[in-house]
Design a protein around this ligand. Structure first.
Ligand SMILES: [Zn+2]
Length: 117
C-alpha cells in the first residue's frame, strides 16, 4: 500500500487556527481536576475523531483538533489518557471534544465568526 506523506497546508492552517482559541476547558470547572489553565494553547488531536467518513484526501486526524492549554493537554495525555473520561471530569459530555472540533472545523471552512468553545 502506498502512503502519501504529503501534508496539506490547510491542515496546518487549521491547527494554527485552533491554537488561537482559548483552552476549551477554560470556562469549565471540575471538582477533581484544577480547572485553571496554564501555558500556551495547543491543538490537541482527538484520540477519537468525529470525522471518520470524510474521504477527500483530508487526514481525519488533522481536522480533529481542539484547543487545550499546555496544562490541560499534559493532564489529558499524562494522567488520564482516556479522552472521553477526561471531559466528564469537567461535567461535560463524553463527546465534548468531538463537538468542539466539529464546530471549529466548520467555522474554519466557512469563515463564520466563532466564540470560544
Ligand atoms: Zn486549560
Amino acid at each position: 500500500m502506498k502512503k502519501s506523506k504529503k501534508k496539506q497546508a490547510s491542515n496546518k492552517a487549521f491547527m494554527e487556527y485552533v491554537a488561537k482559541h482559548n483552552c476549551c476547558l477554560m470556562s469549565h470547572s471540575s471538582d477533581i481536576v484544577s480547572s485553571s489553565c496554564g501555558g500556551g494553547v495547543q491543538a490537541h488531536h482527538l484520540l477519537k475523531p468525529w470525522d471518520g467518513f470524510r474521504g477527500m484526501g483530508m487526514r481525519a486526524s488533522d481536522n480533529n483538533c481542539v484547543p487545550l492549554c499546555y496544562k490541560h493537554h499534559a493532564l489529558l495525555h499524562d494522567k488520564y489518557g482516556n479522552e472521553d473520561k477526561f471531559w466528564t471530569l469537567f461535567n461535560l459530555p463524553e463527546n465534548y471534544g468531538r463537538g468542539v472540533s466539529q464546530m471549529l472545523w466548520h467555522n474554519f471552512n466557512y469563515g463564520e465568526p466563532d466564540g470560544d468553545c
